[in-house]
Write a protein that binds this ligand. Structure first.
Ligand code: SF4
Ligand code: SF4
Length: 434
């Protein structure tokens, strides 16, 4: 066992209201500069939808993440080192500006000076780069405006793969928000794909950073990251990414996105993990085992043997205490409520998600009971408005079991807390099952 410590985040998706405060405060703090206009270290996607950049989950197209070669060895999907070096000058596996968007602003003077028209005065969008008028065809949160009617659902790459048929009538549409930052992966393919060795994972807390002095702008990391969470600064010619706000966390304050989150849905904590187990888990390809193998790399911070090994590895008593007190450990391991985003990429992401139970489901049961009635919901979990299969494609490589279990616990907790808040006797049949 080789114990290491990692900062991790859990986001509770039921609480996200899609206000984008996190994205804006992050942008003001870190990417409010020339060359980073289109860069969103934190973005909030509307699901179903295509994400940012557009269709970033299509790994056949972008060749991100890991795969096993013919000899069963873990290798980058973007090919051998030789192939990647050859690609340096003409990398075909990069999103273009159209997959992000051409950053624009508005000519606000027009609002005051434009002649009266039949419609509201329009401030035309101008390219932030060329200053020319621009036709905006895509944006960081485009799907928010489109909703998830039949047309949009049809375009979603994940929904296309669903086996359980999603009904496309408008009354059965669904949406939820998915905030995303860099996953600060335990097995980061961005670092492995960098020809300059500029990307590194900090030993003390696992934060993945780009050394700006070493970066030569080859952009292989953008191909290699399956979450497309590295961005190219076209002014400096260097790659940039979310830093987990390390200057803040080093002095004991949370990341900007967590501190300013209106829904208070971001939990930060320390996880102890077995570094030897990480590469083994990264070799697992069977969708049935992906979630459990990744869960299996985390160590119990209360186990005396783990504590002794952690001390031997030089992990400070404060960090061990933080791991023992970690809300993230509770949500991921103790309660098994939080799930990883796309474990099939096998980079071992460290931002996990509590899947959304909302909206309430009174349409689902003949009795008309809603999502707070756990007893009805236990039977109806598979008929939730957000299809469990869709959530499973996002969080467990299609395995329904862990998602269903998480949703049932959430439903049980809701029912329990509802009784407590109403001063009623909690249903004794619920507590043991959550
Ligand atoms: Fe690297 Fe972050 Fe992408 Fe993981 S999510 S591969 S750490 S950039
Ligand atoms: Fe969601 Fe919080 Fe971001 Fe608002 S600030 S969009 S609630 S994650």
């Amino acid at each position: 066992m080789r114990v290491m410590a990692q900062l991790a985040m859990v986001m509770n998706l039921d609480k996200c209201i899609g206000c984008h405060t996190c994205s804006v405060t992050c942008k003001q703090a870190w990417t409010n500069r020339g060359g980073t206009e289109y860069v969103w270290f934190n973005n909030v996607e509307t699901r179903p939808g295509q994400g940012y950049p557009r269709q970033y989950e299509d790994q056949e197209k972008w060749k991100g993440g890991w795969t096993l070669n013919k000899r069963g060895k873990l290798t980058l999907k973007s090919g051998s080192r030789f192939k990647r070096l050859m690609n340096i000058f003409a990398n075909p596996d990069l999103p273009t500006v159209d997959d992000y968007y051409e950053p624009w602003s508005y000519d606000y003077d027009n609002l005051l000076s434009s002649p009266p028209t039949d419609t509201t005065p329009v401030a035309r969008p101008k390219s932030l780069i060329t200053g020319e008028d621009t036709k905006v065809t895509w944006g960081a949160n485009w799907d928010d405006d489109l909703g998830s009617g039949p047309e949009q659902v049809g375009k979603d790459p994940l929904l296309g793969k669903l086996e359980d048929k999603v009904k496309l009538e408008f009354e059965e549409t669904f949406m939820f928000y998915l905030p995303r930052i860099c996953e600060h992966c335990l097995n980061p393919s961005c670092a492995a794909s960098c020809p300059s060795g500029a990307i590194y994972k900090r030993e003390e807390d696992g934060i993945v950073l780009v050394d700006q002095d070493k970066c030569r702008g080859w952009r292989q990391c953008i191909t290699g990251c399956p979450y497309k969470k590295i961005y190219f600064n076209h002014k400096t010619g260097k790659a940039e990414k979310c830093t987990f706000c390390y200057p803040r966390v080093e002095v004991g304050i949370p990341t900007v996105c967590s501190e300013t989150c209106v829904g208070r849905l971001r939990y930060i904590g320390v996880m102890l993990y077995d570094a030897d187990a990480v590469l083994e888990a990264a070799q697992v390809t069977d969708p049935q085992d992906l979630y459990t193998s990744q869960l299996g790399v985390f160590l119990n911070p209360h186990d005396p043997r783990v504590i002794a090994e952690a001390e031997k590895a030089g992990i400070s008593p404060e960090w061990i205490a933080a791991a023992q007190d970690s809300p993230v450990y509770k949500l991921i391991v103790d309660y098994q409520l939080a799930l990883p985003l796309h474990p099939e990429y096998r980079t071992m992401p460290m931002v996990w998600y509590v899947p959304p139970l909302s909206p309430v489901v009174d349409v689902l049961t003949e009795t008309g009971h809603d999502g707070e009635d756990a007893r009805n919901l236990f039977g109806a979990i598979d008929a939730l408005r957000i299809p469990v299969g869709y959530l499973a494609e996002l969080f467990t490589a299609g395995e329904i079991g862990p998602v269903r279990a998480s949703l049932q616990r959430l439903a049980g907790m809701r029912a329990f807390m509802r009784s407590v808040n109403l001063g009623e006797e909690p249903d004794s049949g619920i507590a043991p099952s959550i």
